[in-house]
Design a protein around this ligand. Structure first.
Ligand code: 5RP
Length: 224
């Protein structure tokens, strides 16, 4: 049963990733996200041989995979605005609000998403939810602030769990917040962003996706 579900999810991820190729034009500045869905996208990008792309990566993991496939990465500062950003998500709503950061790359992902003219989010059907928050919300914190931030997250109604033995690409730590009532994702993102010591909240509501590509059992649904 588990294996069948996993296979279906992977098929959905791959369908969504391949559909994202249609948004890629030669010569564009392309932001590349992080995760297993994006891995399918990176592989497809290498296979289809898009030329003259200026690639910006959202993590060391994606940079490494791109490099292995012969795709060089450019610094965001050297590129300026990004034409297109392609990334996955842990949860997505039909308002195109997202929870991201399951892979711990949320800060760089939020930076590249913020710099992007268009954000295409690629997910399998299991990621689509009516309300965000069943997936624990990742929050990247400055290490010295971890306990302080955790106490503030309790006041916000969540149950913070330190992601032990994990250090982000920026040298910080992650708190995963369970059971948070996210009735209004924009407000919650604003509220948690105010806590001193918080680097990034894994809510992508102020800057959600522009297009959601949902890989299903037999195709790809597009939400805009
Ligand atoms: C990494 C992310 C990923 O996009 C998210 O965790 C989804 O990953 P996957 O495609 O492996 O399900 O936000 O920080």
């Amino acid at each position: 049963m588990f294996r069948k579900t996993q296979v279906n999810q992977d098929a959905g991820k791959k369908r969504a990733a391949l559909a994202a190729l249609a948004y890629v034009d030669h010569g564009m500045a392309l932001g590349v996200g992080t995760g297993s869905t994006v891995d399918f996208f990176i592989d497809a990008l290498a296979e289809h041989g898009h030329r003259k792309l200026r690639l910006v990566s959202s993590s060391e993991r994606s940079t490494e995979r791109l490099g292995r496939l012969g795709l060089d990465v450019t610094e965001l500062s050297a590129v300026g605005d990004v034409d297109l950003y392609v990334d996955g998500a842990d949860e997505a709503t039909n308002h195109l609000h997202l929870i991201k950061g399951g892979g711990g790359a949320l800060t760089r992902e939020k930076i590249v998403a913020g710099a992007a003219r268009k954000f295409v989010c690629i997910v399998d059907r299991s990621k689509l939810v009516g309300r965000l928050g069943a997936f624990p919300l990742p929050v990247e914190v400055i290490p010295m602030a971890r306990s302080f931030v955790a106490r503030q997250l309790v006041k916000a109604g969540g149950q913070p769990v330190w992601r032990k033995d994990f250090v982000t690409d920026n040298g910080n730590q992650i708190i995963d917040v369970r059971n948070l009532e996210i009735a209004n994702p924009v407000e919650m993102e604003t509220r948690l962003n105010q806590i001193p010591g918080v680097v990034t909240v894994g809510l992508f509501a102020h800057r959600g996706a522009d297009v959601l590509l949902i890989g299903t059992d037999d195709g790809v649904e597009v939400m805009t």
